[in-house]
Design a protein around this ligand. Structure first.
Ligand code: MEV
Length: 422
């Protein structure tokens, strides 16, 4: 079986990395040409958005070491933030010692809301709509017969009453299995199709007909056990648990803790051409517990052997059909690298990466802190900003770190010295 542990991966050239990735992923290396500037033309871009004036590039890197349900997988990640890909690889390596990530997910169930206003008798209207449940579900299903052919389709109709400032809204939810799609288009079309009939039954007026991004019926989960010894021993374990507990108890820390998780999640979601904002909105909504308080998306516990068990569960509305996933050559190549065959597999993989990222962050925060690694990356950015060439970056960064001088003026002076000596 191909391994996601590629020795010396970061020291390879870009071409060598592409060869290694193609070999592990079992794909032709030319598929990775999609990541060249020519892989996504301005013409293609002009069909994807509006008022297009060009394209905007970001690095795509590949995280190594990940094992998900016993399968090794390489993870394409698009991010502007240095250290995210390295951290995902580190977190995956920590989880790997005791078997990697174990994942699961609900079905790919999305919901659309139909809001009815001006209803005189909201409780009775709710029941009238439910009495017409079959008729309404059939009307919705007619909009997308293909979905039922592939095992998805309309699964339920739920009706809620929602108290607002000065009236009670009747809100119907269409519950739809969208299979390998992200599903927004499918459920929005259905919601619009049933809206008039729902208004008629409720004897009110429909305003909103749109999916909910609180995709709490489309959850993905990941779990990993982290060996105490390899983490650095009992003190690091206890401090990782302390770090988690602060996130669980304090929204100020939870926001940063969850941002670390999203560093991994958004990068894979973007690389695969999926909707980062939908996934982020789902995550925000899920980070609010039943008590209404914003909290950690993940958990970290010490198990009976003194190891850490980390878990993550959140909505993961990602698809493999439709949208940029199919039309963007880079997104297609990214999906090919992962080898996933279904949206559910992709959702679980993304969740495992989010947890790997979170594990790496807590491990480093509970030991040496992030600043050492960050400052060397910062020094590199400064070196590039003052115009250092590839040959000059190494010595310039080394001097800035040795002097703890992370300033542009000092970088310019050192660069001049390097050039003078050369
Ligand atoms: C930085 O992008 C992410 C971290 O702040 C996450 C965390 O604090 O858990 C390192």
């Amino acid at each position: 079986m191909a391994t996601s542990r590629i020795s010396g991966f970061r020291d390879l050239t870009v071409d060598q990395r592409r060869d290694a990735v193609a070999e592990v992923a079992g794909i032709d290396v030319t598929e990775l040409d999609a990541f060249d500037a020519a892989g996504f033309s301005v013409d293609a871009a002009s069909h994807m958005s509006e008022n297009v004036i060009g394209t905007f590039s970001l690095p795509i890197g590949v995280a190594a070491n990940l094992t998900v349900n016993g399968r090794d997988v390489l993870v394409p990640m698009v991010t502007e933030e240095a250290s995210v890909v390295a951290a995902a690889s580190n977190g995956a390596r920590m989880a790997r010692t005791l078997g990697g990530f174990h994942t699961s997910s609900t079905g790919p169930i999305m919901q659309a809301q139909i809001q009815v206003v001006d209803v005189v008798d909201p409780s009775a209207a709710r029941l009238r709509i439910l009495e017409a449940r079959h008729e309404l579900m059939e009307l919705a299903a007619e909009q997308d017969p293909k979905l039922a052919e592939v095992g998805g389709g309309v699964k339920d109709l739920i009706v809620r009453t929602v108290e607002s400032v000065d009236e009670t809204y009747v809100v119907a939810h269409l519950v739809v299995d969208v299979r390998d799609a992200m599903g927004a288009n499918a459920v929005n079309t259905m919601a619009e199709a049933v809206a008039d009939r729902i208004a008629e039954i409720a004897r009110g007026r429909v305003v909103l007909r749109i999916l909910t991004n609180k995709a709490d019926l489309r959850l993905a989960r990941a779990r990993a056990v982290l060996d105490a010894e390899s983490l650095g021993g009992a003190k690091v374990v206890d401090d990782i648990v302390h770090a988690y507990r602060l996130a669980a108890a304090d929204p100020y820390r939870a926001a940063t803790h969850n941002k670390g998780i999203m560093n991994g999640i958004s990068a894979v979601v973007l690389a695969t051409g999926n909707d980062t904002r939908a996934v982020e909105a789902g995550a925000h909504s899920h980070a609010v517990g039943p008590d209404g308080r914003y909290t950690s998306l993940s958990t970290f516990e010490k198990d009976a052997d003194g190891n850490i068990v980390a878990t993550l569960e959140l909505p993961m509305p990602v698809g493999l059909v439709g949208g940029a996933t199919k039309t963007h050559a880079g997104a297609r190549a990214a999906v090919a690298i992962t080898g996933v065959q279904t949206a559910a597999e992709l959702a679980e993989l993304v969740t495992a990466v989010g947890l790997a990222q979170n594990i790496a962050a807590l491990r480093v925060l509970a030991s040496e802190g992030v600043q050492r690694g960050h400052m060397s990356l910062h020094a590199k950015n400064i070196a590039i900003a003052v115009g250092a060439t590839s040959d000059e970056i190494g010595p310039l960064v080394a001097t800035l770190i040795a002097e703890k001088a992370f300033r542009h003026d000092r970088a310019e002076a050192v660069l001049a010295e390097i050039r003078g000596a050369g």
